[in-house]
Design a protein around this ligand. Structure first.
Ligand SMILES: [Zn+2]
Length: 89
């Protein structure tokens, strides 16, 4: 899998599903067309979120982020970058 193929979505539980303090923005992997969709999304922090209970956001800065998701989300790797300069140069 190409690292650039890893896309993410930002979701937050809808108002009324949980208390406002728990309505953080989770990061979930974007659906893979090759895998049948389930009724739940699994965030990178491990939270299981019912699709019917979430709002899809266009960025993570709409509310407080889930820090566990931010730590766990895979970072894209840019191919064909030159190696970093040697230390001390
Ligand atoms: Zn999370």
């Amino acid at each position: 899998m190409n690292p650039y193929d890893t896309y993410v979505m930002f979701v937050r539980l809808r108002q009324g599903v949980v208390g406002e303090r728990e309505r953080v923005v989770h990061v979930v992997p974007a659906p893979d067309a090759a895998i049948p969709e389930s009724d739940t999304l699994t965030a990178y922090c491990g939270a299981e979120l019912a699709r019917a209970d979430v709002d899809y956001l266009d960025s993570a800065n709409k509310s407080f982020p889930c820090f566990a998701c931010l730590v766990a989300v895979p970072l894209p790797v840019a191919p064909n970058l030159p190696p970093p300069p040697p230390a001390g140069v």
